[in-house]
Ligand binder design. Structure first.
Ligand SMILES: Cc1cc2nc3c(=O)[nH]c(=O)nc-3n(C[C@H](O)[C@H](O)[C@H](O)COP(=O)(O)OP(=O)(O)OC[C@H]3O[C@@H](n4cnc5c(N)ncnc54)[C@H](O)[C@@H]3O)c2cc1C
Length: 391
């Protein structure tokens, strides 16, 4: 039986799913990817900090991270098209999660879980942190957890393009169209309706609409707890060398990492009372001067003398229920699959999610890595799988 798979959203998640479905020799059918903006101007995949880690608080995310890094290391073979091998410039300097006394216990607990799953991570006391990273202020710290391998960053735009090129080379059809509704027959989706009134019939429908996933779920009458939450990324230059800098996650919620020679990027999670849905993607420069810079200088004294060099804003696709991805079928609308809510860690999860959703489409079950802990059922039953490490 040949089947038509319709994916709404052609960002890194939708494109990864298309690529994995079409590479499976058991798949008989066609894949359409509905993407309303082929320039990806507001897509999260184009505005990401594109970093990858193993240090999560939930085991399934650790497993997803393990596959993600393995995939990125061999992306040249995985996504080669006609002898052209993509390169996304993966580097692996690690993540460093810092904790004060208040967060020390949680860091130790997570460290033990991660080690039990084979993650290459070291717990460092303040003296060890100061020796390894002499530029770091450690006076208020209790510990730091450093990824020794399998963590770093890459070119996220390059990854999106590589998945997209691979999917297209294997027959995916990208439609520049704005999905505006679903036609339902009983408890199945029969077609996606476009803003211009035309329709596209299909057998399986995948919601890969990133920060706009809740509006696509609403087409089927489903309430998805995913919201577009704005995050800023600031770029700065530091004349003083900061050797061997990993991606540092500060107890204040600040993060920073190198981006090339003397450049860094940084961001800071807003407080809950300021974190509204759908804020315009416009940078507030006061955020850098008043909040970010003082926090940077407090953690790295050399950052007193930095120079701002740009900024951008993008949306996290926040799952307000438990800050984790929602992956798999809707229990009642059997031909609707979710790949949503990755809460700021979706670009690194795209290889595992693409492979997992493709297995559901082609084989009706997860075959390699069981992603069922991320199923929609937990939302219905009110059983959150909370991810503590949202950066
Ligand atoms: C500032 C920032 C930093 C980040 N840092 C990291 C990081 O370090 N590591 C990490 O792993 N992740 C990070 N993320 C998160 C990561 O970028 C996202 O999780 C990931 O890109 C989500 O991909 P997506 O394909 O689901 O969404 P998107 O890339 O947003 O793609 C969804 C697409 O769906 C399309 N669409 C939506 N609705 C419709 C419709 N009705 N009809 C047609 N098309 C539609 C949109 O046009 C869009 O192109 C970051 C995100 C941001 C914003």
């Amino acid at each position: 039986m040949t089947r038509h798979v319709v994916i709404v959203g052609g960002g890194v998640i939708g494109s990864a799913i298309a690529s994995f479905v079409l590479r499976d020799p058991a798949f008989r059918g066609t894949v359409s990817v509905v993407e309303r903006d082929p320039t990806y101007a507001r897509a999260s995949s184009a505005l990401s900090a594109s970093s990858i880690r193993q240090q999560f608080s939930t085991a399934v995310n650790v497993e997803i991270g393990r596959y993600g890094i393995a995939f990125l290391r061999r992306i040249g073979e995985e996504l080669a098209v006609g002898g052209e091998r993509p390169d996304v410039g993966l580097v692996e300097p690690g993540y460093l999660f810092l904790a004060t006394a208040a967060g020390g216990r949680a860091l130790e607990r997570q460290h033990a879980m991660q080690r039990s799953l084979g993650v290459d991570v070291a717990l460092l006391d303040p003296a060890a942190l100061a020796t390894r990273f002499p530029w770091l202020a450690v006076h208020d710290l209790a510990a730091g957890s450093l990824g020794l391998s399998g963590e770093g960053w890459f070119d996220g735009w390059g990854l999106l393009q590589a998945f997209r090129r691979h999917a297209r080379a294997h027959g995916a059809r990208y439609l520049a169209a704005d999905a505006a509704g679903f036609d339902l027959t009983g408890e199945r989706i029969a077609a996606v309706r476009f803003a211009d009134g035309s329709r596209l019939a299909g057998d399986v429908f995948v919601n890969a609409a990133g920060p706009w996933a809740a509006s696509v779920a609403r087409f089927a009458g489903v309430d998805l707890p995913v919201r577009a939450r704005r995050r800023f990324v600031f770029v700065f230059e530091c004349a003083t060398p900061i050797p061997r800098a990993p991606l540092v996650v500060d107890p204040s919620g600040l993060w920073f990492r190198p981006e090339g020679e003397r450049r860094f990027i940084a961001g800071l999670a807003p407080t809950d009372s300021e974190d509204f849905d759908d804020l315009p993607l416009v940078v507030d420069p006061k955020e850098f001067d008043d909040i970010l810079w003082p926090a940077l200088a407090a953690r790295v004294p050399a950052f007193e003398a930095i120079r701002a060099a740009g900024a951008w804003a993008g949306y996290y696709e926040m799952n307000l229920f438990d800050r984790n991805g929602i992956v798999g079928p809707h229990p009642e609308i059997a031909n609707l699959l979710f790949a949503n809510g990755f809460s700021g860690h979706g670009i690194q999860q795209s290889p595992a999610v693409g492979r997992g959703v493709a297995e559901l489409v082609v084989h009706g079950a997860f075959r390699s890595l069981d992603l069922s802990p991320l199923g929609y059922d937990r939302v219905i039953s009110g059983s959150p799988l909370r991810e503590e490490n949202v950066v």
